[in-house]
Design a binder for this molecule. Structure first.
Ligand SMILES: O=C(O)CCC(=O)C(=O)O
Ligand SMILES: [Fe+2]
Length: 319
C-alpha cells in the first residue's frame, strides 16, 4: 500500500486531499513552502536541548497549560495496552494566548529554555510555529472544501484563534516490544483536526490500515499529514470509546498510528497539531448530512474534547 501524496497548492489539491482522507486518513504533503533550512534549524535546537542533563530540562517542565518539557515515559498514548510510558520525551510550544483568553484552560504563555544557554531556541521555534500555523490554516481550508463546505472555516470563531501546538519529540534508542506493550508511542488517533508531521530519516511511524500495521517511510521533502478525531472517523476494531466523528459525519478517516522502534536508533520528529478555537463548536458540516445520513454525534466544543484527551494520556495533566 502506498501512502498518497497531496500537492499542497495545486489547483486540485482539495480533490487529492478528499481522496486521501476517505481512503487512508494519512498523506504526504509536498510543495508546502516551508524551507529545509528552517526545518533543519529546528532539529538543531532540539538536538541541543534534549542532550542536556535531566536537571536542566526539568527547569522548563510543562506547566498546566501544556507548554514546556515532558520527560521520557510521561505520556502513555495507549493506556489499555502499554506496560510503560512512551519511550520519548517532548517539548510543547503553543500559540501565545491573548490577554482575554488567559482564563481558558490550556491558554497561557510559552516557556523557553534559558536564553544564555540556548540563544536561538525561541526565535527559531517561534518562526517555525508561525509558518506552520499559516500552513495549517491552508490545509484546514482544503479540508473544508474537500468535505463540500468551502469557506466554512474562514468564519469568525472557527480558526481565528486556533489551538495550535508544536511538539518537539525525541525518542530514545530503546527497541520497542510490541507483544509486551513497549512502544515509542502507543497506538492512538490524534485528537483534533489535523497534524502536520516532520520526521528525521529514522523510520518508526506505522498506521493501521485494512487491518494491518503499515510502515510510513520518512520523506524529507514532505510533511506527513493526518486527520484527527475531530475531522474524521476513528477506525479501530473495538475501541469504540474513542470513536469520535464530527465534522465529516464519518466520511474521512482518523487513522490510528503508533511509533515502533525496530532499529535501536534515536529518532526525532516534530508534529504540529492544528485545531479550531477552544470555544469553536464542532458539529457536522451541512454538506455531510442528508436525510439518509443524519448527524451521528452531538456537537462538542473543540476545547472540551481536547481536555478530555489530555487527561487520558498525560501523567502531568490533571486539570
Ligand atoms: O513521531 C511520530 O512519528 C508520530 C508522533 C505522533 O503520532 C503524535 O505525537 O501524535
Ligand atoms: Fe499522533
Amino acid at each position: 500500500m502506498n501512502i498518497p501524496t497531496v500537492d499542497c497548492f495545486a489547483p486540485d489539491a482539495s480533490d487529492q486531499l478528499r481522496k486521501a482522507c476517505i481512503e487512508v486518513g494519512f498523506f504526504y504533503l509536498k510543495n508546502h513552502g516551508i524551507s529545509k533550512t528552517l526545518i533543519d534549524a529546528v532539529y538543531t535546537e532540539m538536538h541541543h536541548f534534549f542532550q542536556q542533563p535531566l536537571t536542566e530540562k526539568n527547569k522548563v517542565l510543562a506547566n498546566e497549560n501544556m507548554r514546556g518539557y515532558t520527560p521520557m515515559n510521561e505520556e502513555t498514548l495507549d493506556p489499555a495496552v502499554q506496560t510503560q510510558g512512551d519511550t520519548k520525551e517532548g517539548y510543547y510550544i503553543c500559540r501565545e494566548a491573548q490577554s482575554d483568553e488567559l482564563h481558558l484552560p490550556l491558554h497561557g504563555t510559552n516557556v523557553f529554555p534559558d536564553p544564555t544557554k540556548y540563544p536561538t531556541f525561541k526565535a527559531t521555534t517561534t518562526k517555525y510555529f508561525d509558518q506552520m500555523n499559516s500552513l495549517g490554516f491552508h490545509v484546514a481550508q482544503l479540508f473544508a472544501k474537500a468535505a463540500g463546505s468551502p469557506g466554512t472555516f474562514d468564519h469568525p470563531g472557527m480558526f481565528d484563534r486556533p489551538m495550535a501546538a508544536l511538539r518537539l519529540l525525541h525518542y530514545n534508542d530503546h527497541v520497542s516490544d510490541v507483544d509486551n506493550g513497549v512502544f515509542g508511542a502507543g497506538a492512538h488517533s490524534d485528537y483534533g483536526l489535523l497534524t502536520l508531521l516532520s520526521t528525521d530519516d529514522t523510520p518508526g511511524l506505522e498506521i493501521y490500515h485494512n487491518e494491518s500495521w503499515i510502515q510510513v517511510p520518512p520523506r524529507s521533502d514532505c510533511f506527513i499529514v493526518n486527520i484527527g478525531d475531530l475531522g474524521g472517523r476513528q477506525l479501530f476494531g473495538d475501541n469504540t470509546l474513542n470513536f469520535v466523528e464530527r465534522w465529516t459525519n464519518g466520511l474521512f478517516k482518523s487513522t490510528r498510528h503508533r511509533v515502533v522502534n525496530r532499529v535501536g536508533r534515536e529518532r526525532y520528529s516534530i508534529p504540529f497539531f492544528y485545531e479550531p478555537n477552544f470555544t469553536c463548536v464542532v458539529k457536522c458540516l451541512p454538506s455531510c448530512i442528508s436525510p439518509e445520513s443524519p448527524a451521528k454525534y452531538p456537537p462538542i466544543t473543540s476545547g472540551e474534547h481536547l481536555l478530555s484527551k489530555y487527561r487520558e494520556t498525560h501523567d502531568s495533566y490533571k486539570a
